[in-house]
Design a protein around this ligand. Structure first.
Ligand code: NAP
Length: 244
């Protein structure tokens, strides 16, 4: 019989960047953290490092492009833990061939949508039966201010020049996933919300972001621990709600 007394969290793309920091902070709060990564060596190394800090962190193979790894991870979690309490859909990519709609490489846009949107959807679907077994399931979809139609439409905004049709559309689609899944689960204890980490220094942006990963992880962590009367179907950053 699996031990269901512990709080179990799964984070996709957790071998580095914001996902790794989310894994660390969830581990520091005493959770059992399932560190999802597509590359076993990178994932095992990251999990071993956190485990070396006496955190309960275990690697699980999760490649958003290989659905069989999602099914295998779900079966492994079911056998070992019987439920999942927190899912952070964090894995994501950008692509140098992305750009303005007139010139962006279509294959690059497809790759981005495949990972950032379809990957998050597939992981949510794969983990839903386990989240339904939690007394208080929480799904955090890591989105971006670049997924906000309102911000994109503001031609005077700080990020007005960042018109990456693939990346921005993928994050808008992630926000749609948040809203639709929150609706589907409205009569359950599960809450589904989008977190905007803010511009954070990671490999994704060549370390041009001006926030630390600790700052980038903060909103996802807050949403992972929402109380029973907290919001569902929301989109927020540490400064507060974001416009869709
Ligand atoms: P990062 O350091 O590049 O980390 C991205 C993670 O996603 C890596 O672990 C990567 O694994 C993983 N990943 C990529 N494709 C995958 C796939 N097919 N299957 C499984 N894992 C995959 O980037 P980050 O900045 O921490 O990004 C984390 C999330 O925050 C992303 O969703 C990103 O869009 C979002 N975000 C970031 C910023 C920012 O300023 N950094 C701002 C807003 C939103 P590998 O190491 O194997 O490549």
């Amino acid at each position: 019989m699996p031990d269901t007394s512990k709080t179990i969290a799964l984070i996709s793309g957790a071998n580095k960047g914001i996902g790794l920091e989310i894994a660390r902070q969830l581990g520091q709060r005493g959770l059992t953290v399932l560190l999802g990564a597509r590359d076993p060596e990178r994932g095992q190394n990251a999990a071993a490092k956190l485990a070396g800090d006496r955190l309960d962190v275990r690697f699980v193979e999760l490649d958003l492009g290989r659905r069989e790894t999602i099914a295998a991870a779900s079966a492994w979690i079911a056998a070992g833990f019987g439920k999942l309490d927190i899912l952070v859909n964090n894995a994501g990519i950008a692509d140098p061939a992305d750009g303005l709609p007139g010139t962006a490489d279509i294959e690059a846009v497809q790759r981005i949508m495949q990972t950032n949107f379809l990957g998050a959807l597939a992981v949510a679907q794969g983990m839903l039966p386990l989240l339904r077994k939690s007394p208080a399931g929480r799904i955090v979809n890591v989105s971006s201010g670049l997924g906000s139609l309102t911000f994109n439409r503001d031609f005077a905004s700080q990020f007005a020049d960042v018109k990456l049709i693939g990346y921005c559309a993928s994050k808008a689609a992630v926000n749609m996933l948040t809203v639709h899944l929150a609706y589907e689960l409205r009569d359950t204890p599960i809450k589904v919300n989008s977190a905007d980490p803010g511009y954070t220094t990671t490999d994704l942006n060549g370390h041009r972001g001006f926030q630390t990963v600790e700052q980038g992880a903060a909103e996802a962590i807050r949403l992972a621990f929402l109380p029973a009367d907290g919001p569902t179907g929301s989109f927020s950053a540490t400064a507060g709600p974001e416009p869709w």
